[in-house]
Every structure is written in C-alpha cells, then in structure tokens.
Design a protein around this ligand. Structure first.
Ligand SMILES: Cc1cc2nc3c(=O)[nH]c(=O)nc-3n(C[C@H](O)[C@H](O)[C@H](O)COP(=O)(O)OP(=O)(O)OC[C@H]3O[C@@H](n4cnc5c(N)ncnc54)[C@H](O)[C@@H]3O)c2cc1C
Length: 390
C-alpha cells in the first residue's frame, strides 16, 4: 500500500469568489506557510513577513465591511480560510483569528468617525492587533479585572497589567478592557490603544508548551494617555463588547482546531499506509483503521458544528450557544485526534522529526484560550437552564 497523499478538504462554499479565495489561501499555505512551520516554531519565530503578505492579499479583514477595507465575506467562508491557514501552521491561523477579534470592537461598536479613521489600516493596512481582556488575577472571571482608566479632561489615563496577550509586544494596536466605574461587569469600558503609546510595554514572552512562534506576553499600561475619541462604545459597555467579540472569536478557535486536527489526520494516514510491520502496512490492522475512522468522524462532526453556528451568525440569528458548543467540541476533538496521531506514528510520533508531537502540544492551548472548555460548558448550560442560583 503506497503512502496516501492528503486530498484537499471538499468544501461547501457559497460563491465562486469564495472558491477562488480558498484556492488562493491553499496556494499561500503550501508555498509560504507550511515549508517553514516546523523550523520557525522550533526557533520561536513569529512570521511577521507572512502577516504582511496576508494583509496585502486581503486576508486580515475578511469578515468585515468592504467599505473600510474588509473582505465582506460571510463567517462560513472566513472560518474555512482560518481552517486552511491553521492546517498549515497554527500560529498563523490563530494569529489571524486574534487579529479579527481585536478589530471586532471598533468594527461592531465604533462610531462612523472612528471607523473611517482607524479601520482601513487595521483591516488591510498591514497593522496587527491584540486583544487585552485577561489579567494575572482575572482569567475565567474576566469581569473582576483591575486595570483602571481614569478620566482626565478629554483624555483617559490607563494603568494596569494585562496577561497572556497574543501578539503582546509586537501588535500595532490593542483593544483594551479597563475599569472606569463600579466593580463587576458594568464598570468596564473598551479602548483602542496604539502599541507604541507612551507607557505601553511588554514583558518577556511566556515560555510555552507549544505555539512557540506566537508571542504571548504581559502588557503593562503605565499611565497610558488616550483621547476620549479612542473609547469604543459607551462607558460601562466594554464587558458586553468583549463577550460578544468572544462569541465570534470562539468560532475562529473552533475552525483553527479542526484545521490542526485535519493536518494530524492527514499525517497519520500517510504514515500508516507507508509504514510496514508484520509484513503489511500498519493501515491494514483493524485497530488502526478504526482509530483513523474515529479521527475523521470527529473532524467532520466538528466542521459541521462550527459551520452550522457560522451560518446562524451569517443569517443574523443568535449563535452564542452554538459557538460555545463548537469551541468545546472542536478543541476537544483536536486534542484527541492529535494524541491519536502521535500513537499511530509510534516512536517516531514522539520525536520532532514528524509534526505530530507539535500538533499535540498545540492542540492543548485551544482547550484553554478564549474561555476554557469548562467555561464553554457554563455558557451552554446557562442557555439551557438559565443563570446559576447562588
Ligand atoms: C497561549 C495563550 C494565549 C492567550 N491569548 C490571550 C489574548 O490574546 N487575550 C486575552 O485577553 N487572554 C488571552 N489568553 C488568556 C486565556 O483566555 C486564559 O488563560 C483563560 O481564559 C483562562 O484563564 P486563567 O489562565 O486565568 O485560568 P483560571 O481562570 O484561573 O482557571 C484555572 C482553571 O479553573 C477552571 N475554572 C475557573 N473557573 C471555573 C468555574 N466557574 N467552573 C469550572 N471551572 C473553572 C478553568 O477552566 C481552568 O481549568 C491566552 C492564554 C494562553 C495560554
């Protein structure tokens, strides 16, 4: 049995434009992203050049308005683009997803003047964004954040520390949630902060288990002065904005998880059909055939789930419950599939000579970011049974 080269995923796409877009992304993924992925992840190098190329190719603003330089693509298309990028390298797929998350507040809640002034550079002008909600002492309980913004004339002065910020230290702008009023979710306001504003600095990047090419760092805000014109939405609306950004962002994480799992399955199939033991390809053994079948089934189910949520979003219908389900299912599936891929490669799977071990390390973080999978279950349960009683 010869090695089986992976076949491209047979995607259901709504338009010819979307089909062309996926072809463009596959071409960039094959030529520019995948060949350097292992080496750059090993070295912990962020591919800033690639993000410049993605911006020039119109891939950093896909789900946003063409009027402001976006791609006007429905979420079902944008997410399949993310899936293709993440299959080539998670740092890139996740990076595009986080950049979109950072643009969301202004694109969905900014004033017309703010959108005209800032969005074109954010969506297609080569800028890279970061999203600053988490803090050292507030992760899952994000509404307890302590970073403060104090009004001073026409300005706000922001002080505090944000934690775990993807693109921390390299982003051109940050969407920052800070406390402007009472304790709890109603006292939080969103701001657009330039990455090079006086008083913004980054700690050394975290030393992570995986996703090493994607810098994650604390951001210190030390008396950072921004004009009121950089406040997004009303005072006190920041937490609601942050959560609605995460509803969409979670779909991005789900799509990235399925891309990663697909890459692991493709590798496992290629290996199992080439590797021989007991005089036969190991893909002949039913024990492994069933593993491959289960892996493929989890991936297809995940893809169907995130696309169903995306289509609800595209139709303007509520989708928060389905987004949480998609994030939960797809990231758990990615963890299982990548772990099984290592098993199928045997001892070789445990070495850095093959990407399976990297996929497995990368899958783990997807169960944690943008709300851990415990938090996704809380979100789903609230839709079913209402808020918890105390
Ligand atoms: C690589 C990476 C990139 C990240 N990027 C960003 C970013 O760009 N911007 C940003 O703002 N944040 C980012 N984060 C932060 C991420 O969103 C948080 O790590 C996550 O929300 C969990 O918060 P925590 O780490 O403080 O864990 P905690 O909230 O302390 O949770 C610890 C454990 O307790 C569980 N737990 C907590 N509360 C409950 C509950 N009520 N019921 C059941 N279990 C519970 C959690 O599920 C978890 O298992 C990133 C994190 C990582 C690792």
């Amino acid at each position: 049995m010869p090695d089986r080269a992976p076949q491209p995923v047979d995607r259901q796409l709504p338009t010819d434009e979307a089909r062309d877009l996926i072809s463009l992304v596959r071409d960039i993924a094959q030529r520019e992203i995948a060949p350097k992925a292992a080496e750059e992840e090993d070295a912990g190098r962020f591919p800033r050049d690639l993000f410049a190329l993605l911006s020039e190719s119109g891939l950093l603003g896909l789900p946003y308005d063409a009027e402001y330089g976006g791609g006007d693509q429905p979420y079902e298309v944008y997410l399949q683009v993310l899936e293709e990028l993440a299959a080539a390298r998670l740092t890139v797929g996740l990076g595009v997803s986080v950049h979109s998350l950072a643009c969301y507040a202004l694109a969905a809640h900014g004033t017309k003047e703010q959108q005209v002034e800032h969005l074109p550079a954010m969506l297609g002008g080569g800028l890279l964004g970061g999203y600053c909600l988490s803090e050292p002492s507030s992760g899952s309980d994000a509404a307890s954040l302590r970073t403060r913004a104090v009004r001073d004339g026409d300005d706000w002065v922001i002080t505090g520390t944000k934690a775990w910020i993807t693109h921390g230290g390299i982003a051109d702008f940050y969407t920052v949630m800070a406390r402007t009023g009472e304790e709890g979710p109603r006292g939080i306001t969103a701001f657009l902060v330039p990455g090079d504003a006086a008083g913004v600095s980054a700690a050394a990047p975290e030393k992570k288990m995986g996703l090493k090419g994607s810098p994650t760092a604390q951001i210190h805000l030390d008396g950072v002065r921004v004009p009121d014109a950089r406040r997004i939405g009303d005072e006190g609306q920041g937490f609601a904005i942050a959560l609605s950004a995460l509803d969409s962002g979670r779909l991005g994480i789900a799509a990235c998880a399925i891309g990663l799992a697909q890459a692991a399955l493709d590798e496992a199939v290629a290996y199992a059909t080439g590797r021989r033991q007991f005089g036969r390809p190991i893909a002949d053994f039913q024990g492994l055939r069933f593993m491959l079948a289960d892996m493929a089934t989890q991936i297809e189910a995940g893809r169907a789930l995130y696309l169903a949520a995306a289509r609800l979003r595209d139709a303007g219908r509520p989708f928060a419950k389905q987004a949480a389900m998609a994030k939960l299912h797809c990231t758990d599936a990615a963890m299982r599939v990548t772990t099984d891929a290592v098993q199928i490669l045997g001892g070789y799977g445990y070495t850095a000579d093959f990407p399976a071990e990297r996929y497995m390390r990368e899958a783990k973080v997807l169960q944690i970011v943008e709300g851990t999978n415990q938090i996704q279950r809380m979100v789903i349960a609230r839709h079913l049974a209402g808020p918890e009683t105390r």
